[in-house]
Design a protein around this ligand. Structure first.
Ligand code: SF4
Length: 447
């Protein structure tokens, strides 16, 4: 993989491009590139893809507290900050596989906690998986076979922008009539439902009760009462009948829109509903949403260290604790004294914290204030090759480099072509001692 974006000839029009900007990882985009490296999605992208692919390629400056500096000076300042930290953490982790791997290697050197910006949703699913197990399907199976979708959540177009184009109503399907899938949207919202869908308005705080009632109805029992979570029992009975009669039903959810305090309970209820429906027909769970390659970050951590995210690396065996090492809680409690924040993709908003912070950010990343050190990095899938994981968890999709850097900046400028996140993190690692003592101080960190 390129470590620094280089200039080589690329075709002006590229097809079957993978989009890295949400966990749907659509792989059918057509992207045009002009001679200045400006990209434009010409087919199949959603509005988000069109906006983010059009971000300009640019030589960018590094900054120390808002003052422009060369990359080496920024790296030196970042290394000093990390060398003096007793309780460092690495968060965000919105990057391609190689960027995440480099971040975890840095965490290991620092004895740091690692967590992803979107890990609350991720851990709702993982906790439910531990309790109930899960029966899911690939995007391909759903697109080619599913004829009924029961979807819990809201703002589907924001969390999974091409859900209906790509999976529910694709232009073609192998084993079903492509346009005929029908379904129900359960959650807040009063806009028109997509064709073939019916909206059942409910507060998602009631999602566990609604899913449990559906399980009862699917198995032939009649729950007590006339309504559950504000939905009339007759309406729920229609949903249950549709699930029983479907050839291939789907129960899907946007984890980020569930009750933040009990998303795992809701997903347990969805998983149980899927199992119940499978007694009569075929049914699959469908976790939706996800951003910043959160699933990929968790996979890389598991492959390399044997533990999920929300772990502390390098201080003896990797130590996982989903409550103690939740980065948002650590930051809120003032328990981190140096934070590396990685945001090479979208979906990892830089936290508004006074914790000393080194930010590796893609161009266009909003910043709440000037961090101690800011190093702009290239965007995987636009500026360099790599891979990300799709929400169904079965495929790591290859990202391509689609553009070259602009011509070299003026010698007097501090601006530089954008390095990859992995290259920056590796350069930072090289500036740190191989044994990050004082160990005694670090042994008590985060307690
Ligand atoms: S739905 Fe997601 S992956 Fe697909 S084009 Fe839009 S942002 Fe990209």
């Amino acid at each position: 993989m390129d470590s620094v974006i280089g200039g080589s000839d690329l075709p002006p029009l590229m097809s079957d491009v993978v989009c890295p900007f949400c966990a749907m990882a659509c792989d059918d985009l057509t992207v045009a590139r002009d001679q200045l490296g400006q990209l434009r999605v010409t087919a199949n992208g959603c509005a988000r893809a069109r906006t983010l692919f059009a971000l300009p390629t640019l030589p960018a400056h590094c900054f120390i507290k808002g003052r422009a500096v060369p990359l080496d000076a920024a790296l030196d300042a970042a290394a000093v900050l990390l060398r003096n930290a007793a309780s460092p953490a690495i968060g965000g982790l919105a990057a391609d596989t190689e960027g995440i791997s480099a971040a975890l290697a840095l965490a290991e050197r620092l004895h740091a906690v690692v967590d992803h910006a979107a890990s609350d949703s991720l851990f709702h699913g993982l906790r439910a998986l531990q309790v109930t197990g899960a029966m899911t399907a690939t995007f391909g199976e759903l697109r080619n076979r599913a004829d009924l979708f029961v979807l819990f959540g809201t703002e589907f177009e924001r969390h999974a922008p091409r859900l209906f184009d790509r999976i529910v109503h694709p232009p073609s399907a192998l084993f079903r009539d492509a346009g005929a899938a029908r379904g129900f949207l359960i959650g807040p919202g009063d806009g028109p439902a997509p064709e073939g869908f019916e909206r059942l308005a409910a507060d998602l705080i009631h999602a566990p009760a609604i899913a449990a009632a559906l399980s009862q109805l699917v198995s032939g029992e009649r729950p007590r009462g006339d309504r559950v979570g504000g939905i009339a029992m007759e309406d729920l009975a229609r949903v249950a009948a549709a699930l029983r009669e479907a050839r291939f039903g789907v129960v899907g959810w946007i984890a980020a829109t569930l009750d933040p305090a009990a998303g795992d309970i809701a997903i347990e209820a969805f998983n149980r509903l899927v199992v119940t429906a499978n007694a009569a027909t075929r049914c699959a769970g469908f976790p939706l949403g996800g951003k910043g390659n959160a699933l990929g970050a968790n996979y890389v951590c598991a492959w390399q260290y044997g533990v999920p995210l929300r772990s502390r690396l390098g201080a003896g065996p990797p130590e996982h604790d989903p409550l103690r090492y939740r980065l948002k809680s650590l930051l809120a409690g003032g328990e981190v004294d140096a934070l590396v924040w990685l945001s090479a993709l979208n979906g990892a908003e830089v936290p508004d914290t006074r914790t000393p912070m080194i930010v590796l950010a893609r161009p266009g990343q909003p910043l709440p204030y000037d961090p101690d050190v800011l190093i702009p990095v290239a965007i995987p899938g636009l500026d360099h090759a790599g891979s990300i994981h799709r929400a169904d968890g079965v495929a790591a999709l290859p990202l391509r480099r689609l553009r070259s850097a602009p011509s070299s900046p003026a010698p007097s400028s501090h601006a530089t072509t954008l390095p990859t996140a992995a290259a920056v993190l590796t350069a930072l690692l090289d500036r740190l001692p191989s044994s990050p003592l004082p160990a005694l101080v670090r042994e008590t960190a985060h307690v």
